[in-house]
Design a protein around this ligand. Structure first.
Ligand SMILES: Nc1ncnc2c1ncn2[C@@H]1O[C@H](COP(=O)(O)OP(=O)(O)OP(=O)(O)O)[C@@H](O)[C@H]1O
Ligand SMILES: [Mg+2]
Length: 224
């Protein structure tokens, strides 16, 4: 479903942000990407949703290739990928319901369908009781749940989480990770990047460790 084949990414002359990255991610798999600041985690994730393209090598995602995808196919691919970030990126003047509904409004989903999907997704994530609140009235952990609901309401095949617990207290962090594991258990692939190794040490899931743009450890190397 996701294939990196000897991928290099160079932003500045002769300096590799990513170097010779090769790995495969199966449908429905859970993967942690761990590594210190600057290791190249976010760069790797951006290659998956084709925000950037490799300098060398190829990235394949859901049948699309970085070498041949057309500009007008990129939004189609992005609709199938949910992405959440450290800073939530919720719209401050929309309430929680409206924030999640907006993700479907921009895809021309019929209004009746939107309502049903939003209500179901908010319930699934356990944040329905906040649907009339505005983002600033929620804790960091609650805001991240809304961002997760907004990503999932489009029924993506993968949820990409770039440092999703970076702005959340330890209790909220555990809750978000548990939620990501639950989401994965119900069939969605999840790829979470973090620099906090201790967060992932106890989770019984595949880990790729990165340093200076390279993969230095893959706990599931048989997949490569
Ligand atoms: N658009 C860009 N132009 C130039 N250099 C970039 C660009 N994006 C990333 N880099 C560089 O590539 C390297 C990897 O960055 P990246 O953001 O992928 O690291 P990261 O592992 O996500 O770090 P963090 O844990 O701090 O988020 C860094 O040295 C960064 O400065
Ligand atoms: Mg990053």
């Amino acid at each position: 479903m996701i294939d990196f084949n000897h991928v290099d990414k160079i932003f500045q002359k002769d300096w590799y942000a990513l170097r010779d990255i090769t790995f495969h991610l199966d449908k429905g798999e859970f993967l942690f990407i761990v590594g210190p600041s600057g290791a190249g985690k976010s760069t790797l994730l951006k290659l998956i949703y084709m925000d950037i393209f490799p300098t060398r090598g190829e990235v394949k995602v859901a049948g699309y290739s970085s070498s041949s995808i057309k500009t007008n196919e990129i939004p189609i691919l992005r609709r199938k990928i949910g992405v959440i970030f450290q800073d939530f990126k919720l719209l401050p003047y929309k309430n929680i319901y409206e924030n999640v509904a907006f993700a479907l409004e921009v895809t021309n989903t019929p209004r009746r369908k939107i309502k049903k999907k939003v209500i179901n997704t908010l319930a699934e994530i356990g944040i329905s009781h906040k649907r009339h609140s505005y983002p600033h009235q929620l804790s960091g952990g609650e805001q991240q749940k809304v961002a997760i609901a907004r990503a999932l309401v489009r029924e993506p095949f993968i949820l990409i989480a770039d440092e999703p617990t970076g702005n959340i207290d330890p209790e909220g962090t555990d809750e978000i990770i548990k939620l990501l594991l639950d989401i994965n258990a119900s069939g969605t692939a999840v790829l979470m990047a973090t620099h906090e190794r201790k967060l992932v040490d106890n989770a019984p899931k595949r880990k790729i460790v990165m340093e200076e743009g390279k993969i230095v450890e893959d706990t599931d190397a048989v997949h490569n």
